[in-house]
Design a protein around this ligand. Sequence first.
Ligand SMILES: Cc1cc2nc3c(=O)[nH]c(=O)nc-3n(C[C@H](O)[C@H](O)[C@H](O)COP(=O)(O)O)c2cc1C
Length: 188
Amino acid sequence: MKKLAIVYHSGYGHTAFAAQKVFEGAATVDGIEAKLVAVGGDHVTPWEELKNADALIFGTPTYMGSVSAPFKGFMDESSKVWMGREWKDKVAAGFTVSGSPSGDKQSTLQALSTFALQHGMVWVGYDRMPEVYTGVAPENARNRLGSFSGLMLQAAQTAPDQSFLPGDLASASDFGQRVATLFAKKIR
Ligand SMILES: Cc1cc2nc3c(=O)[nH]c(=O)nc-3n(C[C@H](O)[C@H](O)[C@H](O)COP(=O)(O)O)c2cc1C
């Protein structure tokens, strides 16, 4: 089995809820062992586990137009890993959750992709054609927000399990499956 870790921070549970869906999608792919790894706050980052993973999907809420401060803390702490090139050639991808349809999530994805590329990782985007183009109602459409450099999700200011449109949740598992599938191809 090849290992894929979904490394995320969530202040109020929405990104954690989305991460679970990404995990569920990745776990459907044969030969992939997916795992959720929370970072920031009280969580101790399992650096050795991340070193042993073959692919990392990063997830963070968008706070003030960028990654959350706890996730940035994780990024900065990874400088020792960077120095040792421990993540070089691993597959990387990213997703972000915010309250507004835009919310400046692009800045967050740029921060995540730059981070991965600094580590020498291979950045994978989201290939799904926005399904609104094919007549799917916006609430059910995958890639509703039309982002290709990574997955963008919007969450209402309600309880995490009530805050996402069905299409956004489907996007999250679709994205996890896509990254895991590409990764599975890369290693074969
Ligand atoms: C400090 C802070 C800053 C935020 N900044 C943005 C923002 O720049 N754009 C946006 O659309 N939403 C913003 N939001 C809303 C969050 O992105 C949204 O509530 C998200 O679902 C939170 O995810 P979480 O529950 O995983 O922390 C912000 C929320 C907080 C608490």
